[in-house]
Design a protein around this ligand. Structure first.
Ligand SMILES: CSC[C@H]1O[C@H](OP(=O)(O)O)[C@H](O)[C@@H]1O
Ligand SMILES: Nc1ncnc2[nH]cnc12
Length: 320
């Protein structure tokens, strides 16, 4: 356990590999029972405020981790070992709906799992402790509701600036309105190849609105670790469902990544202080704390030393 207590963790997805709008205090790289995280974790602040956040790049600082082999257990447990209680996870996603145009921000509340069982998805795997976490609401809804207002305000500011620029009144970069969508459903697919047209159409029929390759098992592991977790999705493409359009390519995704990452950095900087206050003062966002108590199956007999060591790292509340 590090003695550095940082309450807010940010996971950057494709295109978001650093937060250079914040002040870098130091890097830490904790070794967990599940290995090292995807990247060293940057402890950053918005000087002169003392509030710190822990940032890690999901695919590594140089995008070297495939979506199917991201070390999510190391990532989530390493963040928790630093004191993190709330995770904001950013992700580049495909849009399955016409109105969610590339460049839009989305706060999904539901997930459909289309991963193929090849990703370790529980801290309890390979132990003799059995647990069944509740996952009906896979995002932390209190956190999502809190974010809706705050992210909306930041996007309004971005849009005002874009309007000004358009009218030649100063302002800054980017084109078009950045929209915010709420209460959407995201499919998490295996990859690394993108979906076929048939799959993309099927997901729409299932009621899904977005697609990525990363929200699982990350969100499941955050739940097991009793951390509040919300995905801030940024749309980059229309996947493969539009009959008259070419299907998504990585090159198309890259086109919007840079602009999306810029706005994501603005969002983080703008909400940091209020989020810290909400966590410390109102405890509003710590809805997951205590939930594993009723998820771990009662057991008789001694806990194996290795299980105690592993589970004690991520859930010291129950296994120390
Ligand atoms: C670069 S396109 C596919 C890739 O992008 C997304 O990554 P992330 O969620 O980390 O932003 C998607 O999930 C895939 O891993
Ligand atoms: N169309 C898509 N499918 C899966 N993951 C994505 N990430 C960004 N666009 C995507």
């Amino acid at each position: 356990m590090s003695d550095e207590k940082v309450l807010i963790g940010v996971i950057g997805g494709s295109g978001l590999y650093h937060l250079d709008n914040l002040t870098l205090e130091k890097y830490v790289n904790p070794e967990t029972p599940w290995g090292f995280p995807s990247s060293p974790i940057a402890i950053c602040s918005l000087a002169p405020s003392p509030t710190k956040i822990a940032f890690l790049a999901r695919h590594g600082a140089h995008h070297t981790h495939h979506p199917s082999t991201v070390p999510s257990r190391a990532n989530i447990s390493a963040l928790k070992s630093l004191g993190v209680r709330v995770i904001l996870a950013f992700s580049a996603v495909g849009s399955l709906r016409e109105e969610i145009s590339p460049g839009s921000f989305v706060l999904p509340t539901q997930i459909i799992d289309r991963t193929k069982g090849i990703r370790p998805c529980s801290f309890f795997e390979d132990t003799e402790v059995v647990a069944h976490a509740s996952f009906g609401d896979p995002m932390s809804l209190g956190l999502v509701r809190w974010l809706e207002g705050r992210v909306g305000e930041v996007l309004e500011g971005v849009n005002t600036n874009r309007e000004k620029k358009k009218k030649g009144e100063g302002g800054e970069g980017g084109e078009g309105e950045v929209k915010l969508f709420k209460d959407k459903c995201i499919v998490c697919m295996e990859g690394p190849q993108f979906s076929t047209r048939a799959e993309s159409l099927m997901y729409r029929q299932w009621g899904a609105d977005l697609i990525n390759m990363s929200v699982l098992p990350e969100a499941k592991l955050a739940r097991e670790a009793e951390l509040s977790y919300a995905l801030i999705a940024t749309a980059t493409d229309y996947d493969a469902w539009r009959p008259q359009s070419a299907t998504v390519t990585a090159a198309e995704v890259f086109k919007t990544l840079k602009a999306n990452a810029e706005i994501s950095r603005k969002v983080i900087a703008a909400i940091l202080e209020d989020l810290q206050k909400a966590i410390t003062k109102k405890k509003l966002l710590l809805e997951e704390v205590g939930t594993m108590k009723y998820s771990i199956m009662p057991r008789a007999g001694e806990l194996r030393g290795e299980d105690k060591r592993k589970l004690g790292y991520v859930l010291p509340e129950y296994f120390s």
